[in-house]
Design a protein around this ligand. Sequence first.
Ligand SMILES: C[S@@+](CC[C@H](N)C(=O)[O-])C[C@H]1O[C@@H](n2cnc3c(N)ncnc32)[C@H](O)[C@@H]1O
Length: 226
Amino acid sequence: MDTTAFLNTLRLVFSVQELTRATDFRCDPLPAIQGKTAPKVQRLLQLAVRCLPLEECYFEVRTFQGKTLISAALFNEDKHLVACDDFSEFQDDPGQAMAILQENIRRFCPPHQRIDFHMADFRHVLSEGRLSKPIGCYFNDGAHNYRSQFEGLTYVEEHLAHEALVLVDDWRFAPDSRSHARQATLDALARFKRRWEVVYELPARFNGDMAMWWNGLGVLRTWVTP
Ligand SMILES: C[S@@+](CC[C@H](N)C(=O)[O-])C[C@H]1O[C@@H](n2cnc3c(N)ncnc32)[C@H](O)[C@@H]1O
C-alpha cells in the first residue's frame, strides 16, 4: 500500500485540530451497530482501505459486531477485507455473536463486497495460511494484554505487504483501560528487520472518548528494506 498517499489523504480530510483535539462526534455512519470505536477512527479506517491496491487486503483482528470492519468497508466495494474474532469477550454465546455480525454485514455491505470472516483466534488465522493476499492495512483492536498485543504483531509480520499501514487501537495506557498496546507494539517492532515509523499517536482523554480517538490510536507504517 502506498502509505504516503494515505497520509496525504488523511491530512486533507483531518485538520491538525481534528487530529489532536476533541471535535464534534455526531457523525457515526453506522449508529445502528454497537461497537467500541469512535467516528474519527471509523473515518480513518475507511480512508485507509480506499488507498489499498486490489492485490492486497485489509486485515482486522477483533471485530465484535463489525462496527470497525464495516466502517472500513464503506464506499470501498471493490476492496478485499479479512477479519477475525474468537468471540471470547463481551458475549456469552459465540453463535449468537456470529449471527449479529453476519446480519450487520448483510444490512450494511453490498452483496458483492468481499469480506472473509474467520471465527477464530488471530494466531490460527495467520499461522494456518488462511490469507490469500498480503496485508496492506492491518488493524489490531485487542485483547490489550501485553502478550496478545506483542503476538498480534509478531504473527502478522510475515503476511504484511512490502509497504503496509499498521493501526493499533487502544494505544493509550491508563488505569481505565490498562492497555499494553503501545509498549508491546514498540517492543515487537524493535525485533523486526523491516523498517518502521510511528507516524501518529492519536490521542484520547479517556477510554471511550467519542470526540477523539476512542482510547488512542497508533498509526504506523512499515516497509521492507533491500
Ligand atoms: C474491543 S472488541 C473489538 C471492537 C470492534 N473492533 C468494534 O468495532 O467494536 C474486542 C474483541 O476481541 C475479541 N478477541 C479477544 N481475544 C481474541 C483473540 N485472541 N483472537 C480473536 N479475537 C479476540 C473479543 O471476542 C471481542 O469481540
